[in-house]
Write a protein that binds this ligand. Structure first.
Ligand code: CTP
Length: 403
């Protein structure tokens, strides 16, 4: 299995003359980091903002600009560049270039390549908000959408021209997601997916709490995988230091009770629920409003049992697909099967927390997936992103949830 869906993908990045052109440097780097090969085509305006030399260094490849560069003439660049790429990403795309695309013009290299291409095309407009909102630009964007080009909507906010409004190039993560999604089947499109992640914290007093070693990495990888497959994702997250994927609705919680409330509130509207969080089974029976003082005597901590969120969902579920996790240090399959039945789950992902590179905080995982239909699937040691994708593959085998 390739490390990512982007491994070896050939991306042509078109850079136009917007102040946001400097952000195309990061786009180039990030695309290469996730395994893509990048060829940059800079318009004459783009080259005024960022030197082609910068893109050559970042992409480790030749940068194209002029339509009639004599040393390239024999390779017919506008045709070969169109033919040799899996996707064209235009970021930033100016009003001028979008107008060229919309009217089928081919008077510079980028517009000629786009006209000659039959690969997917993703366009990220970036310009002054009045230029963006102008009926001409909007009509052009609508028109290129009818050609099948994907338009990534710009962000709103303060701009270099000291105006505010729509027109800012979206966050890097949003652009990368749009690119990655092109290469991933959108089999979760139209599905609502709730994922829980991370630990919970159970406060004892204002400075102390009970918790566990969960990093949240597996749950966040699941949220990202569901999003990349086209799902609408709600992530209920316990305290952790990870950045949530762009375009995911995140609900931050601290305690098991808060997680219970957040999950139960969304449960009915969901098609698929993946309960990856390491919920604290117990909480201190008493919370001290003031910091507990030591008085020389031993302290006996009384614990109360937290609600089992997953078991509650198992009792209430109707059409939803319910996926649990089981973190086990012994008798993995036996415990997995027991929890699958006891909590009325459709699937359980059993995790060997004592294994090498598979425990808490690790970037990799080795899991076994058990389903209510009796399937037992042992996955190899994979990155958590790959494991997340494999888990949703199995969810799709079960039916994908919903009607
Ligand atoms: N879980 C939950 N609420 C709890 C405890 C666990 O929703 N109070 C969920 C976890 O999110 C996970 C699954 O139940 O999906 C199994 O969690 P795990 O800790 O392995 O099992 P427990 O049911 O707590 O059993 P034990 O700790 O006895 O192994």
């Amino acid at each position: 299995m390739p490390e990512s869906s982007m491994t070896g993908k050939r991306i042509l990045l078109g850079v136009c003359g917007s102040i946001a052109a400097y952000k195309a440097c990061d786009i180039t780097r990030s695309l290469r980091k996730i395994g893509a090969e990048v060829t940059v085509v800079v318009t004459s305006g783009g080259a005024r903002f960022v030197s082609p030399l910068t893109f050559a260094a970042l992409s480790a490849a030749k940068v194209y600009g002029g339509m009639f560069d004599e040393q390239d003439a024999h390779t017919i660049p506008h045709i070969n560049l169109a033919r040799d790429h899996d996707l064209i990403l235009v970021a930033p795309a100016t009003a001028q270039t979008i107008g060229r695309f919309a009217s089928g013009m081919a008077d510079d290299l980028l517009s000629a390549v786009v006209l000659a291409a039959d690969c997917p095309i993703v366009v990220c407009p970036a310009m002054n908000s009045k230029m963006f909102s102008h009926p001409a630009t909007q009509a052009n964007l609508e028109k290129i959408a009818t050609f099948g080009y994907q338009v990534v909507q710009p962000d709103s906010g303060p701009m270099a021209c000291k105006e505010e409004g729509p027109g800012r190039l979206p966050e890097l993560a949003v652009i990368l997601n749009a690119v990655e999604q092109v290469f991933i089947p959108q089999d979760l499109a139209g599905k609502r997916i709730l994922i829980t992640a991370g630990p919970t914290e159970e406060p004892l007093d204002p400075v102390r709490f009970l918790s566990n070693r969960s990093s949240g990495k597996m749950g966040y990888a699941l949220a990202r995988a569901a999003l990349l497959r086209g799902g609408e994702v709600v992530l209920v997250s316990g305290p952790c230091s990870l950045e949530a994927p762009a375009n995911v609705e995140v609900i931050q919680v601290r305690t098991a009770q808060e997680m219970y409330d957040a999950v139960l509130c969304h449960f009915e509207a969901m098609d698929i629920i993946v309960k990856c969080a390491a919920v604290s089974d117990f909480r201190p029976a008493q919370y001290g409003l003031e910091k507990l003082k030591k008085d020389g005597a031993d302290l006996l901590l009384e614990l109360a049992v937290n609600p089992d969120i997953l078991a509650t969902l198992g009792e209430r579920k109707k059409e939803q697909i319910l996926v649990g996790f089981a973190a086990e240090s012994e008798n993995h399959l036996g415990e997995g099967k027991r929890k699958l039945a006891a909590k009325n789950l459709d699937m359980i992902v059993v995790n060997d927390i004592k294994g090498e590179a598979t425990g808490f905080q690790s970037d990799t995982n080795r899991v076994t997936i058990l389903t209510r239909k009796g399937a037992v699937k042992e996955l190899a040691l994979l990155s958590k992103d790959q494991t997340a994708m494999a888990i949703f593959d199995e969810v799709m085998v079960l039916g994908g949830g919903g009607a």
